[in-house]
Design a protein around this ligand. Structure first.
Ligand SMILES: Cc1cc2nc3c(=O)[nH]c(=O)nc-3n(C[C@H](O)[C@H](O)[C@H](O)COP(=O)(O)O)c2cc1C
Length: 345
């Protein structure tokens, strides 16, 4: 029985950030007392391999829900095959003033301008050390708001070094619309330098720890086609291991006149799906299977996960769909992509 819709109706009465925190705390509590079996849908594994890692199936949780790694075991127990924690920054920071999270239920969407609120990389490292979840855990890294853009690479290098021994993959987030200037790093010399310096440091960490932790870039859906093609070429040239397409959008297409539709921040959920999938397909055209893509953005039902894979994704992540539909969406998406995974193996 799926009792999530009932729970959600109750939670949606509360302000979004309070219900977000309450749900995660309740989830951790339910996990501790072994009650999650009432929520966890039955998921038959569909093993798949990507970036040298083995996944139980291709559906994971996107970054931003568990920023500090406090809920890895509980979220993992719901059936995700991989969980991306973060975005984490070198120093703790409180993020933007509240309110900074808005639900648009009619549009099945969310607008957020959280601004990388997190407890800092050292805290996350401790959480990663203590996890018992056996699935894949990726770590998404960012820069502190008060670090000048010209020194952003130092923040990424710092996080990369700290988390390297504890992460299964590492994502460099240069696509959040809520840290001023961050998305400028997706272009020109700034990108070229970032790709090369981080890859170089990864190579030395690989030697030091005798393990290759895949390095991925997470991109915005708002790049012009020409910039996207160029970015894909740079990823190939720098030899990165993967790319995540996409983050939230600054566009408001599809939510004109919606309540909260004019709030500043990144839009996610249903209105993001079509464009985010187009970006994924364009990138897949450039990358030609030489760099795997994780598809994310607006997956609210099973067949949309299948569309992401048909557009070129090797793995798919959920966020807003999980908030609106609950754990049942994990099972629905796994079932929808089952045949595609077999064909791509
Ligand atoms: C409240 C909220 C917070 C987010 N925080 C992060 C973050 O810290 N880092 C990140 O890379 N993406 C973050 N995202 C973006 C998601 O990981 C995802 O890329 C985006 O929401 C599109 O997927 P969706 O339409 O399925 O939600 C956040 C999204 C939401 C809704």
């Amino acid at each position: 029985m799926d009792i999530y819709p009932l729970l959600r109706n109750g939670l949606f009465w509360l302000p979004p950030e309070i219900s977000h925190e309450l749900s995660l705390k309740a989830l951790a509590w339910a996990h501790r007392y072994r009650l999650l079996k009432f929520f966890k849908p039955l998921i038959t594994p569909v093993p798949c391999y990507c970036m040298g890692l083995r996944f139980r199936h291709p559906i994971g949780l996107a970054a931003g829900l568990d920023k500090n790694g406090d809920y890895i075991d509980a979220l993992g127990a719901l059936g995700f095959s991989f969980i991306e924690v973060g975005t984490v920054t070198p120093k703790p920071q409180s993020g933007n003033p509240k309110p900074r999270l808005f639900r648009l239920p009619e549009q099945q969407a969310i607008i957020n301008r959280m601004g990388f609120n997190n407890k800092g990389v050292d805290y996350l490292v401790e959480r990663l050390k203590r996890r018992s979840y056996l699935g894949i855990v990726g770590v998404n890294i960012g820069k502190n708001k008060d670090t000048p853009l010209e020194q952003a690479i130092e923040d990424y290098l710092y996080c990369l070094e700290r988390i390297y021994p504890y992460a299964d993959y590492i994502v460099v987030n240069i696509s959040s619309p809520n840290t001023p200037g961050l998305r400028d790093l997706q272009q020109g010399n700034a990108l070229v330098e970032l790709l090369h310096r981080l890859k170089e440091r990864r190579e030395s960490l690989r030697q030091e720890h005798d393990v290759k932790v895949p390095l991925l870039l997470k991109i915005a859906p708002d790049l012009a086609e020409i910039d996207l093609v160029w970015l894909g070429g740079q990823l190939l040239e720098a030899g990165w291991d993967g790319v995540i397409a996409t983050n939230t959008t600054v566009s408001r297409q599809g939510i004109e006149n919606a309540l909260h539709g004019d709030e500043a921040g990144g839009l996610s959920g249903s209105p993001l799906f079509a464009h985010s999938t187009e970006v994924l397909a364009s990138l897949a055209d450039v990358l030609q299977d030489r760099v795997p893509i994780i598809g994310v953005g607006g997956v609210m039902v099973g067949k949309q996960a299948a569309e992401k894979m048909r557009a070129g994704a090797s793995l798919v992540q959920l966020y807003s769909g999980f908030i609106y539909r609950g754990p049942k969406l994990i099972q629905e998406t796994v079932n929808a992509v089952r045949d595609l995974v077999v064909r791509r193996k």
